[in-house]
Design a protein around this ligand. Structure first.
Ligand SMILES: [Zn+2]
Ligand SMILES: [Zn+2]
Length: 455
């Protein structure tokens, strides 16, 4: 990583934090202006304030949007932080932390990658510090890579206060959100460790699918910090190859069986399908005509059980024709599944179980989203079906099984978002699956199980 040196001690530059209104707006993504939204998210992620320099890293021309946020009362200047952290007392590690330190330290003389899995607050930083202390005591150097957003003055002060050496901070000048660069730091760290023949610890509360797969195959040693009450095991990911399975109305047999088992055991099931409506395509079985929007040429999505069609690009809406406008045939076929259609399939297979559907269509009415989420939290609704709206900060502690109905939408979807987006969404959802000592299960339906992201 290149870039200039930053001073270790927190600077005197102005610092900004989100107001109470700003926190709410950040959580709900209210600000439509992109730059303002970026800045607001950053400010909201740093309750003690974020330096202007960091804001500038995220948004080059940050001054105007920052002033706009201030005028709206969403951000305010934060008081200057203490120059240094108080020196901590003798560090004490709990049993789980000690076990991880010993496991990593035992192999310090050779290349050994470790995946350190622990939720926020489980004490990963104390593990890094103890490992660094031991390496320094042996006269070695330590490289710590932190995503920009995690590089807080508090973290720097903690390393500075607890390690008896000079800490140089190299600034990459990149934000961790830039596409394609997300995993750069991780890969770089592993390659460097391999060249130098030393241990490398990859810490995360939401490891990437690739890292989890490496841990499963034994390429990474998996270290867990799960002493904290209620901490869950990492989710178990299983692929269902749709090419080899009979699929009825979008649901494969293994998924339906797993749902039945989980519901019998008293758990809740979350099904994720990032496509609303009834069916994404209406096609004439005789001549191949496909229903397209007369305004923008996008394919029309069939809605409301097959009665209406709507353009998801421009909003045009109309009735579904009763016959093909090209050849007059009445053999019009609805291809594929949206959330509406899956909702009906679930009702047919699990008629006794209340299901809740959460997407933009089902939550238009004011208060509808809250009411639906409440039925899930109270345990009345035990099947939860929805689009990426589900991944937006809601918590579903009773969910023990997550089904991703169409992973290929994320891998090869028409929205051209990178596959990392799918991985993050799945993990945001799956990170909540599992109760206590019982790991959550994630079943992923795909026609491309060979895809590097899923392999
Ligand atoms: Zn036709
Ligand atoms: Zn349109």
């Amino acid at each position: 990583m290149g870039g200039g040196l930053l001073p270790l001690s927190p600077g005197r530059a102005a610092r900004w934090r989100a107001t109470a209104d700003g926190q709410t707006a950040a959580a709900e993504g209210l600000s439509r202006a992109r730059a303002q939204n970026e800045l607001l998210q950053l400010a909201a992620a740093h309750p003690d304030g974020v330096e202007q320099g960091v804001l500038k890293t995220a948004v080059q021309q940050y001054q105007q949007p920052l002033r706009a946020l201030q005028r709206k009362g969403l951000v305010e200047q934060a008081p200057a932080p203490r120059a240094t952290a108080a020196p901590s007392e003798e560090p004490t590690l709990n049993a789980a932390q000690r076990a991880v330190v010993e496991a990593v330290d035992a192999g310090h003389e050779r290349f050994a990658p470790h995946l350190l899995y622990g939720v926020t607050g489980s004490g990963k930083t104390a593990v890094y510090l103890e490992l660094a202390r031991r390496a320094l005591a042996r006269g070695r150097q330590v490289l710590v890579l932190v995503p920009e957003i995690g590089l807080t003055p508090q973290l720097l002060a903690r390393f500075g206060a607890e390690l008896p050496v000079t800490t140089a901070v190299l600034h990459s000048g990149l934000t961790d959100r830039q596409d394609g660069l997300r995993y750069h730091g991780r890969d770089l760290a592993v390659v460097r460790a391999q060249r130098r023949g030393v241990a490398v610890v990859l810490g995360s509360a939401t490891p990437s699918l690739e890292s989890l797969a490496n841990a499963r195959s034994g390429q990474y040693a998996l270290q867990r910090l799960d002493e904290r009450a209620g901490a869950a095991e990492p989710p178990r990911l299983e692929l269902i190859d749709l090419r080899r399975r009979r699929v009825e109305q979008g649901l494969s047999r293994p998924l339906v069986d797993a749902m039945a088992g989980e519901l019998d055991a008293g758990g809740q099931v979350l099904l994720f399908l990032n496509r609303r409506g009834w069916a994404p395509t209406l096609i004439c079985d005789d001549c191949g005509w496909v229903a397209e929007c007369h305004r923008c040429d996008a394919r029309l999505t069939v809605h409301r059980g097959g009665t209406r069609q709507r353009c998801h690009h421009c909003g045009a809406e109309g009735r579904v024709p009763s016959a093909c406008p090209d050849c007059g045939s009445q053999a019009l076929v609805e291809l594929g599944q949206g959330t509406e259609r899956i909702e009906q399939a679930i009702a047919e297979r699990f008629p006794e179980t209340e299901a809740v559907r959460i997407d933009r269509d089902s939550t238009r009415r004011r208060g509808a989203l809250e009411a639906k989420l409440e039925r899930v939290r109270q345990g009345q609704a035990r099947i939860l079906l929805g689009t990426q709206m589900l991944a937006k900060g809601h918590d579903f502690p009773g969910v023990t099984l997550v089904g991703v109905l169409d992973a290929d939408l994320g891998l090869f979807g028409a929205d051209f978002r990178p596959p990392e987006h799918l991985a993050q969404t799945i993990l945001q959802v799956a990170g909540r699956a599992g109760r206590g000592d019982r790991p959550g299960r994630v079943l992923i339906q795909t026609r491309h199980p060979e895809h590097p992201l899923l392999r």
